[in-house]
Write a protein that binds this ligand. Structure first.
Ligand code: C2E
Ligand code: MG
Ligand code: MG
Ligand code: MG
Length: 291
């Protein structure tokens, strides 16, 4: 019975766990235990340059390898970690793991940009830029090789404070990316003021663009918007070669998705990379402009 209740803790928190409840305290305890006992795993998912088909980067995605529940996806514990503030611990764990992975990849001759997801709580942490600075120094990592993916909502929670943190990180040479672009309550005025380098088109638009004309138009317009603002644009959620080719024909800069590769354990990434052959990116007939 106890085990069942613990399991319920992880599964039902999404409906909004009261942070003082027993379930919530149990989950928080389990997360602490996970960090201390090596149950977290760093996964990487490659990003392609759409002009060359070569791998230019990767996104870091956390997983929790639970002894009983197996691989727990981030959506099962990240929102809870954000709610309780424990996300700061997880974010530092991810940043450390990414620094190790970047060093290991560099040792095998690969210099890639690695992107880390950050949350509102991270941006509210005044010490974050200093923590990242010391991490980069300790691992001798070029700040330009680290991309921070932040959602519009995370910024809009407290734009003034987020702006302060993001400005400092940008001054340090890190690249900033707006994740899930188009799904949050975006403000183009903030987009102009933020030290942003990249927009990531949300996968909901990309996954439907072959069947939904509106989504195709949103994808196309977002690429143009990004380029007009001098930003790099990345499409996530590419599940077919067709989608990959359409995005290349629209001059989207980078692509990420299951068609290229699913997120994989960080220590398998170098082997995967060695076996990667750039795909044919030519599109004969544009599906976006049916005749
Ligand atoms: P995200 O940052 O938008 O990450 C992309 C998500 O889309 C990942 O899910 C990835 O596996 C998935 N994805 C990539 N390509 C495809 C595709 O072609 N089709 C489909 N259906 N999905 C695709 P994942 O790893 O489950 O992560 C979900 C979300 O959890 C992330 O969305 C991010 O918001 C959050 N997350 C993951 N790791 C971290 C982390 O270390 N820190 C924080 N703060 N959030 C994280
Ligand atoms: Mg992301
Ligand atoms: Mg995203
Ligand atoms: Mg997302």
């Amino acid at each position: 019975y106890a085990a069942k209740q613990r399991q319920a803790g992880v599964i039902t928190y999404q409906a909004g766990l009261d942070s003082g409840s027993q379930e919530s305290l149990t989950l928080l305890g389990e997360l602490r235990h996970a960090v201390d006992h090596g149950q977290l795993r760093l996964f990487l998912q490659p990003k392609l340059d759409l002009r060359t088909g070569r791998v230019v980067g990767a996104e870091a995605l956390i997983r929790w390898l639970h002894p009983e529940r197996g691989m727990v996806p981030p959506m099962r514990f990240i929102p809870f970690a954000e709610q309780t503030g424990f996300i700061r611990v997880l974010s530092m764990w991810v940043l450390e793991a990414v620094a190790d992975a970047a060093q290991a990849l560099a040792a095998r001759g690969h210099t890639l940009k690695i992107a880390v997801n950050l949350s509102t709580r991270d941006l509210m942490d005044q010490e974050l830029p200093a923590k990242i600075e010391s991490l980069l120094a300790r691992h001798a990592i070029d700040p330009a090789g680290l991309v921070l993916e932040i959602t519009e909502s995370a910024i809009m929670d407290d734009p003034q404070r987020a702006l302060g943190t993001l400005d400092r990180l940008h001054q340090m040479g890190l690249k900033l990316s707006i994740d899930d672009f188009g799904t949050g309550y975006s403000s183009l005025a903030y987009l102009k003021r933020l030290p942003v380098d990249e927009l990531k088109i949300d996968r909901s638009f990309v996954m439907n663009m072959e069947s939904d004309v509106q989504d195709a138009k949103i994808v196309r317009s977002t690429i143009d918007l990004a380029h007009n603002l001098g930003l790099t644009v990345v499409a996530e959620g590419i599940e077919s070669v067709k989608a990959l080719r359409i995005l290349a024909s629209l001059a989207c800069d980078e692509a990420q998705g299951y068609f290229i590769a699913r997120p994989m354990p960080a220590d398998e990434f170098a082997d995967w990379l060695a076996a990667w052959t750039p795909p044919d990116l030519r599109l004969e007939t544009s599906l976006l402009e049916p005749t």
